[in-house]
Ligand binder design. Structure first.
Ligand code: ZN
Length: 303
């Protein structure tokens, strides 16, 4: 099995454009945190007439930095990978400054119907106010004067998650689907593990040579990294099945055991991640729910 190696070596250079490739500049927002690592990466694509991918949170200093980094150039597109508070609310502020239309897959929404009384603890992360001018779908082409990006719908982290790949295969802006520093959060009802795993397989079929993620540094070995992500989730799933075999049947009971190597402050997120895996097991008929609804607090058993 492929090993997943995380790379936490990253200098954010807040407020400054860092050139990563001839048509790629990165400006990192100063919003570090447990889920954002050193902060959100915004990308400037092209020269002269440029696209901004993920303007980040509603942070005026960061929008100033993006305007400064593109001084003398025209921003023609604002592209959104997904509607989370650390990626998309800056679109409104940036559009006020530059007038460019906002492109995204769709509004923030759950990946499946909500259960009775279900409240997503991570819901505060959703950007309910994303104002979209142009809706994008899988396979669409977004073009500037000297660049072209193919839209790749990659649901899993959120249902509206998009990646953007240069048509010459030089690289893909992969949002929060794959990150060099950590696994991405897949938390129902916003996220879906079935979709996430399917999106990994979909990206495996592409030949992108670099990944430029929403947080942290460049991924220089995309295929090996995706294989590592896949096997990491498969190991987590095996660990979950082992807990069920050991007679534990609720997610809270299992989290403490399975995520013993994870910082306790992240256990809430870990429970949601396990819930996503449980839904995926239930969907494949490997596990069944012993209660009326397959929720975060329900009891589960192996079929
Ligand atoms: Zn993010």
């Amino acid at each position: 099995m492929a090993d997943l190696k995380f790379d936490r070596d990253f200098s954010p250079a807040y407020g400054t454009a860092v050139t990563l490739a001839p048509d790629v500049r990165r400006v990192t927002c100063n919003n570090p945190g447990p889920f954002t690592f050193m902060g959100t990466n915004s990308y400037i694509v092209g020269h002269g007439k440029v696209a901004i991918i993920d303007p980040g949170p509603a942070d005026r200093q960061h929008i100033d930095a993006l305007m400064q980094a593109t001084a003398g150039e025209t921003i023609t597109h604002i592209l959104i990978t997904h509607s989370h508070a650390d990626h998309s609310p800056g679109a409104r502020l940036l559009k006020e400054r530059c007038g460019a239309p906002v492109y995204a897959e769709g509004i923030h929404r759950p990946t499946r119907p909500l259960h009775r009384d279900e409240a997503n603890p991570l819901d505060a992360e959703g950007d309910a106010n994303l104002d979209i001018d142009r809706f994008l779908g899988d396979g669409d082409l977004v073009q500037g004067d000297d660049w072209a990006l193919e839209v790749v719908h990659t649901p899993g982290h959120t249902v509206n998650h998009l990646a953007f790949g240069f048509t010459d295969d030089s690289g893909l802006f992969c949002g929060d689907h794959a990150m060099a520093w950590s696994t991405s959060i897949v938390a129902p009802p916003d996220g879906s593990m079935a979709s996430y795993m399917h999106s990994i397989s979909k990206l495996m079929l592409r030949q992108d040579r670099h990944y430029w993620p929403g947080h942290g540094g460049v991924i220089t070995n995309p295929h090996a990294f995706l294989a590592g992500l896949k096997s990491h989730r498969e190991k987590r799933e095996q660990a979950l099945i082992a807990r069920l075999q050991a007679g534990e049947n609720t997610i809270p009971d299992m989290v403490t055991t399975v995520y013993k190597d994870v910082d306790p402050s992240l256990h809430g997120a870990a429970a949601l991640s396990m819930f996503a895996q449980m839904e995926y097991l239930v969907a494949r008929g490997i596990v069944r729910c012993m209660d009326a609804e397959a929720t975060l607090s329900a009891r589960y058993q192996l079929v």
